[in-house]
Structures are given as C-alpha cells and as structure tokens.
Write a protein that binds this ligand. Structure first.
Ligand code: ADP
Ligand code: MG
Length: 395
C-alpha cells in the first residue's frame, strides 16, 4: 500500500482523531448490540495508538439520521461495549465539533479514549463540508482512517478532514486494502470469483473488472436467472433483469473467448413463495415451471461449485448463492462457504449479506478475510478509487 500507516507515525503525547465504523446492528426494538464485530475490528488500531502514548478521539456514524439528532441513534450502547472490550474508560460526549467536544478532547490524557456523537447528526458530515471538517480537525494532531466500510463515501469525517491534518490508514484499513488489493493485483492462481445476491445490476462493474482477471467465475443467487435466460432457458417467475440479458450473454461469450471457466448452476431449488419451509423442488436449470422462482442453486450445482473451488488458490466471494436468510434456501451458500473453508486457498468474503451468511454458518473464522465493508469492498473490487483512501497521505 502506498498510503501512510498508523505504524509510520510518532504518537507520544499526540491526539489522534480516528474515524471508525461502529455502524453495528441492534436487536430489533432493543438497545442491545446484536453483532459487535465492527467494534472488535477497530480494537487493534485503538490499542496501538494508546500503547504509543496517544489520546484517542473516535468518530463514527450509526444508521441514517440524515443530518439531525435522533435519540434512537445515540451511541450510548456502543460506548458501553467499547469500554468493556478495551477494559478502559471511554468518555462519550454528545457533541462532535463544538465547544463541548473540544473541552473533552483537550482534557484527555495519553491513553485516554473519547467517543464523539453520531457524526451523521450533523449536516456538514454527508455534505463533506470543509468548515465542519476543519472544526473536527481542531480536536486533534493527526487523523487515522480505520473505517473501511465507509471509505467509499466522501464525507467530512472520511475524506475532507484528511486535508486538514496529517492523515494515515489504521490497521483494519490496511488489512482490508491488503487482502482486497491482492485479489486485483497479485493473486495466487488459480483465482476464482464467486458472485451471487439479488441483482446482476449490482455486479456489472465488478464482473467487468474480474472476469478477464479470474481463472474461474461462479454465478449463483438471483442473478443466475438472468444468465440462464440469456442462454435461452425459461426461468419461470424468477427475478430477471430484462435490460441486462444482453450483458449476461456477452459475459458468457467473453469468458469462452478468453478461456475463463464461467460456471452457472446446472440445477436449482425453486419455490412459489419466499417463506421458511415453503414447498421446494429441485429441477434442472432449464426446467423451471411458470409460477416458480429460483431461490437457490441446487445440490448438484453446489457439489460441482464446491469441487471446483477446492482446486483454487485465491477465492473472492460476493453475494449469497440463494436467499440465505430463509431456510432451506441457505443450502447452496452453506456448501460454498464450506468449500471455501476447506479449500486451503486465500479466501476473501466481500462483506454485507455474504459476511452475514458466513457468520450464520459459523465459518467466519475459517476465512482468510471477512471484509467489514459490503459496498466499499464491491467498489474496491470494481477498481474504483475509494475517496476515504485517496485522501490519506502518501508514503
Ligand atoms: P448485500 O446485502 O451484501 O448487498 P446482495 O445485495 O448482493 O448482498 O445480495 C443479498 C440478497 O440477495 C439477499 O437479500 C438475498 O435474499 C438475495 N437473493 C439471493 N438469491 C436470490 C434469489 N435466487 N432470488 C431472490 N433474491 C435472492
Ligand atoms: Mg445489495
């Protein structure tokens, strides 16, 4: 990585403004965090800074308050959990760039930790306001971006603030860029890209970028239906993006021409409704009757994908193979996750629903890297420059 790292800077007696991504899920209608992995993922950077004698000022967003305060999106439960995980006091101030925040920041001792208010309570954040960024910058001596999950957004606390302070990448940001960067730049081969999820339209750019690069591509999820239709199969009432049928046909042709193995499911699990336990049939991919929808890859496809994946050395996976949040349409994703876990390959999970599925199968620890950023990892793999990364100081 050609960006400055938190490890490259001297921190003794300094105050670090650290953008983290503590946008964690909560249990429905409760104050309880249901998955704290994003908080845990930022601990190495926070501990590094404290260990080096810095005071740490944390900035995050939570939810979508649209530039105004929302008591339901205050950070109390996050401050509490962070305090437990660090086994150290955390001060939470209901201010981000005003006099209260400044007073709290100035009162910090080396090793002290301050959490600012939900940064999206302030309209200057998403507007990428220079004045707001400057006010944030006045709290600290240097800026660390460890919020990979928000790095595809140009906001005051992710992008503009870096113009006002020495700016470097945190340890999580570095790790994300290293794993995802390796997929694009120097993958150990064979390289496989596995795509699924709801829509082809979400994956057009990443397919364009990775199809010529990969040795094998696997297509599952809802997007498989448009590919099957492009091959002339009837797909019943499956989700099809008519305007992308040509793109799908073109991708299949390009793969053939360049010797990339493009794998579509040979069989599929179908149902008439997306409901837990809905009556399901397994049919060959060319025999989906009207009134039925493809909701998962079938067992033969799962076995074929799994067998081929076991021979790969680098595997990147973005998008579940079926409606993984509704049983039994999680079977294909489970088989693929299992194959990745057993492959011995460098395995990179592209955040979002894919990361959720892998976690639900209890296989997250068996992957080389599970990204904390769904949208950010997708944009990175598309080859886009992430504004939150571009803004950091070069080495
Ligand atoms: P992310 O949430 O990370 O953006 P995607 O949008 O790529 O992930 O895909 C996740 C969604 O795709 C899930 O909500 C899942 O239910 C849906 N999905 C997967 N397979 C199918 C399918 N065959 N038909 C309809 N929806 C599907
Ligand atoms: Mg999506």
């Amino acid at each position: 990585m050609n960006k400055k790292s938190v490890r490259d800077m001297a921190w003794e007696g300094k105050r670090a403004l650290v953008r983290v991504d503590f946008n964690v899920p909560f249990e429905r209608g409760a104050d309880r965090i249901s998955d704290d992995s994003r908080i845990r993922a930022a601990l190495p950077t926070i501990e590094h800074l404290r260990g080096q004698g810095a005071a740490v000022i944390l900035v995050t967003h939570l939810g979508r308050p649209k530039g105004q305060p929302d008591p339901a999106l205050e950070l109390g439960p996050i401050a509490e959990r962070l305090c437990e995980l660090l086994a150290a006091p955390v001060t939470y101030v209901h201010d981000a760039a005003g006099a209260d925040a400044r007073a709290r920041a100035e009162a910090l001792n080396p090793g002290g930790v301050l959490l600012l208010e939900n940064i999206r309570f302030y309209p200057g954040e998403e507007a990428n306001s220079d004045a707001f960024a400057a006010a944030l910058a006045r709290l600290a001596d240097a800026y660390v971006n460890d919020a990979f999950g928000t790095a595809h957004r140009a906001h005051a606390s992710t992008e503009r603030v870096a113009a006002h302070l020495p700016a470097c990448a945190g340890l999580l940001m570095e790790k994300e860029l290293a794993y995802l960067g390796a997929v694009l730049e120097s993958p150990e081969r064979p390289l496989a890209a596995v795509f699924g999820g709801a829509k082809v339209s979400d994956k057009v750019k990443v397919l364009d970028r990775l199809l010529p690069q990969a040795d094998a591509v696997f297509i599952g999820g809802g997007m498989a239906a448009s590919f099957l239709k492009a091959q002339g199969h009837g797909v019943g009432d499956s989700l099809v993006e008519e305007d992308l049928i040509d793109f799908c046909g073109g991708a299949v042709r390009r793969a053939e021409e360049s010797g990339v193995a493009l794998n579509l499911p040979q069989d599929v699990a179908i149902a008439q409704r997306i409901e837990p336990g809905a009556p399901t049939q397994i049919v060959t991919a060319s025999a989906v009757p009207d009134g039925w929808m493809i909701l998962d890859i079938g067992p033969r496809a799962a076995a074929a994908f799994a067998a081929a994946l076991r021979g790969m050395k680098t595997i990147v996976w973005n998008g579940p193979m079926g409606v993984a949040e509704v049983s039994p349409f999680d079977q294909g994703s489970r088989a693929v996750a299992q194959a990745l876990a057993e492959s011995g390959a460098t395995t990179v999970i592209g955040g979002g629903s894919t990361a959720e599925a892998v976690a639900a199968f209890g296989l997250a620890d068996n992957m080389s890297h599970v990204s904390t950023g769904g949208g950010a990892s997708l944009e990175f793999l598309e080859g886009a420059e992430l504004p939150g990364v571009a803004a950091l100081d070069d080495r």
